[in-house]
Design a protein around this ligand. Structure first.
Ligand code: HEM
Length: 400
């Protein structure tokens, strides 16, 4: 059987390219072959292969390799990444995921919808009369933290603490290890105290549910509860912020669809799926072969890195006719967009994130009619894992 390293496949390097150029390169590679070679390993770009690799248990999450690849030295930070649900595999992952899942069903997250509407309306209130805002700092950054705190059951007054810790922990890309470790330590102390409180005094919140959930006599340990809380905070904050900014940025080029969304709340669901397909904040993830794995008759030796390009799969014309067209009324493809991933690591917070976006977008569309750019959109560096606008200055018709 052919070993992947001996295969003649196109080479791509999208690092440093802006979104359009990266998409063009991925499109070009996809038309030539189902596999491409990259400076770090290989990449799959077709919907079929991206989902197949993400669902293939011989390929493990490469997320725990990320700090190492970013040059983070061995230590607490790297250990923590390895202990996260995002890095777990096999029985260990199945167990934690099974215990955590009931807390993240659509029913469990739907109860937060009125709170989401209140948060977004309060944020818009701050600038609604002016006809101008900078969406990233005025809306996207503050939006998810109160919701995660409400979900966890943390008191309102502590939102700012969580926000500060989340910001510091995200400094992985700046390699600011001291700030990350200090923030992790403070978050851990806080969460352990919360767990103790909930054990004595259960409440109607995620932590209580995670503590109480029990399957065949199995429960999460305190360490696992701390890990899950951190994972929720880390995986659920910057993703939602950036996706909201990406989605609104996209609508600025489609005023008719923005107006349609304002008029018809039923379009909220399709609008979220189509904006995430067209301009997803998570553009790809990676897997590493845990054994010598043959896929499509090609051997991927143990340790081979395979990038699964979610953005390329979301633009696969075999699934979405005319994939470059943005249309919130497009016929459903019959398969999901892939910005939440696929397989065992499929986003645990997808229902919560969908609810957050489905509540935010129509409110913004109604309260910010005639939306337009006040200045050119500034985008984050293309190397950043969770990507989106760094500045989105908007103008709209204020209420009279
Ligand atoms: C628009 C917002 C979001 C996007 C685009 C997103 C995307 C993703 C993706 C692509 C993965 C899989 C990564 C991989 O396979 O390597 C993932 C996993 C995960 N997400 Fe999200 N996410 C979002 C919001 C959230 C929220 C709000 C939460 C928390 C409540 C959350 C919690 C998680 C967790 C815990 C995992 C790991 C699941 C596992 O490994 O079993 N995410 N997310």
């Amino acid at each position: 059987m052919t070993v992947v390293h001996d295969l003649d496949v196109p080479e791509i390097d999208v690092v440093g390219l802006d979104r359009e150029a990266a998409l063009a390169a991925l499109d070009h590679a996809r038309r030539q072959h189902w596999l491409a070679r990259t400076p770090l390993g290989y990449a799959v770009t077709r919907y079929e292969d991206v989902t197949a690799i993400l669902r293939d248990r011989r390929f493990h999450s490469a997320l725990s390799l990320l700090p190492q690849m970013a040059g983070v030295p061995e230590g607490r930070m790297r250990d923590r990444q390895q202990q996260s649900i995002l890095s777990m595999e096999g029985h260990e992952h199945d167990r934690v995921r099974r215990l955590a899942s009931p807390a993240f069903t659509p029913r469990a997250t739907d109860r937060l919808r009125p709170f989401m509407r209140q948060v977004i309306n309060d944020l818009v209130e701050g600038f609604a009369d002016t006809g101008h805002c900078e969406l990233v700092s005025d809306v996207c950054e503050p939006y998810p933290i109160p919701i995660i705190c409400e979900l966890l059951g943390a008191p309102k007054d502590d939102w700012r603490l969580f926000s500060g810790w989340a910001t510091d922990i995200f400094r992985i890309f700046n390699n600011d290890l001291d700030a990350i470790e200090t923030a992790m330590g403070k978050l851990e102390t806080y969460v352990r105290a919360m767990i103790d409180q909930r054990r004595n005094r259960p409440a109607d919140d995620l932590l209580t549910r995670l503590i109480e959930v029990e399957e065949q006599g199995d429960r999460m340990s305190t360490d696992e509860l701390v890990m899950m809380t951190e994972a929720v905070l880390m995986a659920g904050t910057d993703t939602t912020r950036n996706q909201l900014a990406c989605s609104v940025a996209l609508f600025t080029g489609y005023p008719d669809q923005w107006a349609a969304l304002a008029d018809n709340p039923d379009l909220a669901g399709p609008a979220v799926e189509e904006t995430m397909r067209h301009l997803g904040t998570v553009r790809g993830t990676a897997r590493v072969a845990a054994v010598d794995a043959d896929y499509r008759g090609i051997v991927f030796p143990t340790g081979t890195l395979v990038m699964t390009s979610l953005v390329a799969a979301n633009h696969d014309s075999a699934v979405w006719p005319d994939p470059g067209r943005f249309d919130i009324t497009r016929e459903p493809a019959g398969v999901p967009q892939l910005t939440f991933g696929s397989g065992i690591h499929y986003c645990l917070g997808a229902s919560l994130a969908r609810a957050e976006l489905q509540e935010a977008l129509p409110i913004l569309a109604r309260r910010m009619p005639n939306l337009r750019l006040d200045e050119a959109i500034q985008w984050k560096l293309p190397t950043v894992g969770i990507w989106g606008p760094s500045r989105l200055a908007l103008a709209f018709s204020p209420r009279s």
